[in-house]
Design a binder for this molecule. Structure first.
Ligand SMILES: Nc1ncnc2c1ncn2[C@@H]1O[C@H](COP(=O)(O)OP(=O)(O)O)[C@@H](O)[C@H]1O
Ligand SMILES: [Mg+2]
Length: 270
């Protein structure tokens, strides 16, 4: 087995079909089909069963890699002068159960997410089952007009989560799906209890980072300021360099900083 395959923790064809069949039984339907989804994924194997159920299979290796990444992210947060707040999972089932619980909480708050169905364990793998969205774009694929249109929903949904003591923790373009102009939040991560303030600022920093290349810094910060208090924006500014370390970001830090400072000054003067 190559190190790449070991790290990737891909499931075998036999395991994929067995998980798909168990999903069908549990969802009280006949098994018809399973197909892997095209995703360049290191943390899970996503598939669709019967064209109806989104199934995310998490192996032991996925959990180990997630733990390593979590340690790295905590170190990154720490070295950029912020407290560490990401939490790791011990087992694949725990990862799947956490994501199911987070998805349920988002739905209960009226935040759009694919309908959460169940989490279970299969031969040591964790399995999460959600409603399958057949057609969507990801946030980072949107054109400027659509991005401007959905930006208030993005910051509004985050504010609603934060007020309820929930944080997303891994907000990036590919984890926000857009279908029929509605945002669907997926892939919420685990944040240490008692660290909601830091996680809140980090979420807002991630949202600014995702939006800045699409709508520019002024609209991004103005929209954020409509939904989040000034102290959160200031704290978010402290996370921008840390967010910028992530390879999947293409935003400019200085203009965002400038806009945040302008917003803070104008709110202090008003
Ligand atoms: N409910 C869903 N319906 C259809 N596709 C989905 C759904 N949820 C996720 N996906 C697709 O599967 C990919 C991987 O899912 P995600 O939960 O982000 O897994 P990971 O934790 O491995 O990043 C997403 O980037 C998205 O393209
Ligand atoms: Mg993801």
């Amino acid at each position: 087995m190559t190190i790449r395959r070991l790290l990737r923790g891909r499931v075998s064809g036999a395991e994929l079909e067995a998980v798909a069949r168990e999903t069908a039984v549990r969802q009280d339907t006949e098994f018809e089909s399973v197909r892997l989804l095209e995703a360049n994924n290191w943390l899970s194997t996503p598939a669709v069963v019967n064209g109806e159920f989104f199934v995310k299979i998490i192996t032991r290796q996925n959990t180990i890699l997630q733990g390593l990444l979590t340690t790295g992210r905590n170190l990154g947060a720490f070295s950029s002068g912020n407290e560490a707040f990401f939490e790791r999972f011990d087992t694949p089932l725990e990862m799947a159960e956490h994501e199911l619980a987070a998805t349920r909480e988002m739905c209960a708050l009226g935040v759009n997410a694919p309908e959460p169905l169940e989490a279970f364990e299969h031969e040591g793998d964790g399995v999460l089952v959600l409603e399958y969205l057949p057609v969507f774009e990801t946030l980072d694929d949107l054109d400027r007009a659509t991005a401007e249109q959905v930006a208030p929903d993005l910051f509004g949904a985050l504010a609603r989560m934060h007020q309820a003591g929930l944080a997303h923790g891994d907000l990036r373009g590919e984890n926000v799906l857009v279908a029929e102009d509605s945002l669907y939040f997926i892939d919420a991560t685990n944040v240490r209890e008692g660290a909601i303030d830091q996680a809140r600022a980090y979420d807002v920093a991630c949202a600014l980072a995702a939006l800045e290349p699409l709508v520019g810094p002024t609209v991004a910060v103005e929209t954020a300021a409509e939904h989040h208090p000034t102290d959160v924006l200031v704290a978010a500014e402290g996370y921008l360099d840390f967010v910028n370390l992530r390879p999947d970001h293409a935003f400019e830090t200085p203009p965002l900083r400038g806009e945040i400072q302008r917003t803070v000054e104008s709110s202090a003067n008003s």
